[in-house]
Design a protein around this ligand. Structure first.
Ligand code: ATP
Ligand code: MG
Length: 584
């Protein structure tokens, strides 16, 4: 590993020098905007139809295709196998319109559920937006899902149409007879059987003109199932109004400017891919990179270099994997186009922030916190704000966030408790599909309980502690797994760590760590002892792992989140629950 430089790190602070930023941030003064911000002002960021109607897809594509960005590149699509396609806003617009007309021909109705089971591709982007433009409820699924995960989602949602391809459809047919409501199978590719609809044929025959359906702001735009980290995935439903906030946060947080090339690594099968890989950036008229294929450090750095990516939005799991592969790989590429880095999905270990400073020439990661349910980034490190590595940052203007106890009492600075939000922002979920009880459960004492625990420091920065279910009670103290994991991965031998509480007669629980070693290290009692000692020097005495188990991989969701409930279930011999989103 290269020598660590700490140029910008002052103790626990990454200081921002506004004069050194390449572009002036769209949000100039966070504290001031917090005082004056009104959601009604944000409504002006999007275009409305008469009578207070709007259509999210119109705002994402049409307004640019009809305006000065008509010939601007909207999508640079690299399939990960050496083929690149560039599409302008006009081209995406026409493709989207054609598919909306195909849906019309098939007789799909307003607010019908239309699902997509496709590899990332222009067809996926255009199809998804067409369904929204048409007034259906659109939903993409991870292309890596197996038959059970597919069945769960299509059955629960009552999807009437599925767009898939010649290859992926095989997995759908394993469960197709269990899906009575699924009427239309639309197939991208050559292998189209009797009873199926050929994407190619229908698209070629369809008109490229289609007027967006004016929707009530509360009508549904898309639905997505949560990652399944803590249990069975929930079908979270979002309304067209959400586009207001997708737009606003992309502008204020991800800070897109006209000349930026933006890359969001998330698949459309999870909410980051939808909100910040489709809706928000294009609503702002931004050029986006879409990259297919699997994790591959060389290809990723090459993507940044070749397409001159200036803003990159990724996930902690990816950061940890890149870190583990060493700094020699990024050194081979010219990464100077980058100006801002963002992260979401899990807590971002401070080590990741520091690493990025070195590898990306003093550009730290900005952590962003949000959920499928919240529909938009809500707590974040803004571009103009100093970063405290390990902190999620501060709430968006217009968002009241607090740490509360079970009775709704607001806790003070430094006290750990439930991360809660005052309901009422435009991108908030409107329903959990067919599960009102689950939905209502989240709202208590006038707050939306996120299911996460956190605390706030004296400067108003929020610090993630863990999932409410993951917090460990040991020797009478509460310990968040994230804190222990972050200390662990600072040890050079540790690439990844998952930490759980293991019942213990004496201590209530002890902390057990599952560790993936950095390549080049091997298991030994000395190494484990050394790691334990290392953590002891970082954290309070009780917060070190009394047990360490070396594993080859950690169980993760397909969106890359460590599934601590599986580690716990295996350790304690408990039922493992829903594993439909478990990685291979
Ligand atoms: P499920 O709800 O099915 O258990 P999930 O909560 O992982 O799955 P998502 O909606 O994809 O599903 O993820 C949201 C959760 O991810 C948050 O509640 C939080 O626990 C975690 N998360 C997201 N971003 C951050 C972040 N920046 N820091 C810490 N945790 C984060
Ligand atoms: Mg969740």
């Amino acid at each position: 590993m290269a020598e660590k430089s700490t140029e910008l790190i002052h103790g626990d602070l990454v200081k921002k020098d506004p004069t050194k930023l390449r572009l002036k941030p769209n949000l100039q003064n966070y504290e001031q905007l917090r005082k004056t911000f009104k959601w009604s002002d944000a409504d002006k960021e999007v275009e409305w139809f008469p009578g207070g109607k709007l259509n999210a897809a119109y705002n994402v594509i049409d307004r640019h295709a009809k305006g000065s960005r008509k010939n601007k590149i909207a999508l640079i699509f690299d399939d990960g196998e050496g083929h690149t396609q560039k599409l302008t806003f006009q081209q995406l617009y026409e493709m989207m319109n054609r598919f909306a007309n195909v849906m019309k021909k098939l007789g799909i109705k307003r607010q019908d559920r239309v699902f997509f089971f496709l590899q990332r591709s222009p067809e996926l982007y255009a199809g998804f937006l067409a369904a929204i433009k048409y007034g259906a409820i659109a939903s993409p699924m991870f292309p890596a899902f197996g038959p059970d995960a597919i069945r769960d989602r299509l059955l629960d949602s009552g999807a009437v149409a599925l767009v898939t391809d010649s290859d992926l459809k095989k997995r759908v047919y394993e469960v197709k007879n269990l899906l009575p409501e699924l009427k239309h199978m639309i197939i991208v590719g050559k292998d189209v059987a009797a009873g199926e609809v050929s994407w190619e044929k229908e698209m070629a025959a369809a008109s490229d003109k289609f007027d967006a359906v004016p929707m009530d702001p509360e009508e549904f735009m898309y639905m997505l199932y949560t990652s399944g980290t803590t249990g069975k995935p929930k079908g979270v439903v979002h309304a067209h109004k959400g586009i207001v906030q997708a737009h606003l946060t992309t502008k204020m947080v991800l800070d897109v400017h006209e000349e930026d090339v933006y890359w969001c690594g998330a698949d459309l099968g999870w909410v980051t891919g939808v909100v910040y890989g489709v809706l928000g950036p294009w609503s702002n008229g931004t050029t986006q990179v879409g990259l297919g294929g699997r994790f591959d450090p060389d290809r990723w750095y090459k993507t940044i270099q070749d397409y001159k990516v200036s803003i990159w939005y990724t996930a902690p799991t990816a950061v940890r994997m890149l870190m583990a592969r060493g700094d020699e790989i990024p050194a081979k590429y010219n990464l100077s186009s980058l100006r801002a880095l963002y992260c979401v999905g899990e807590p971002l270990n401070p080590e990741g922030v520091k690493w990025a400073q070195e590898v990306f020439d003093n550009k730290p990661f900005h952590d962003t916190w949000w959920q499928t349910e919240t529909g938009s980034i809500l707590i974040t490190n803004f571009p103009e704000m100093d970063i405290k590595p390990g902190s999620m940052g501060k709430p968006l203007p217009g968002i009241e966030a607090a740490i509360v106890d079970e009775t709704g009492k607001v806790l003070g600075q430094g006290q750990e408790g439930n991360l809660a939000l005052r309901p009422g922002w435009p991108a908030m979920m409107r329903q959990i599909w067919k599960n009102p009880a689950k939905y209502n459960e989240c709202f208590r004492n006038g707050w939306y309980y996120t299911g996460d625990t956190a605390q706030i420091d004296k400067d108003g920065y929020f610090w993630y502690v863990g999932r409410a279910d993951d917090v460990i009670k040991t020797s009478g103290e509460r310990v968040g797994p994230f804190e222990v994991e972050s200390a662990l991965i600072e040890h050079p031998a540790v690439a990844e760590a998952g930490v759980i509480g293991k019942p213990d007669e004496l201590r209530g629980n002890i902390i057990k760590a599952f560790i993936v070693l950095t390549p080049g290290y091997s298991d030994s009692p000395q190494l484990k002892e050394d790691i334990q000692k290392f953590v002891k020097t970082k954290l309070a005495g009780h917060a070190f792992p009394r047990e360490i188990e070396i594993v080859k991989t950690l169980p993760k969701t397909r969106s890359g989140k460590i599934m601590r409930r599986l580690l716990r279930a295996r350790e304690l011999g408990l039922p493992i629950g829903d594993t439909s989103t478990l990685e291979d």
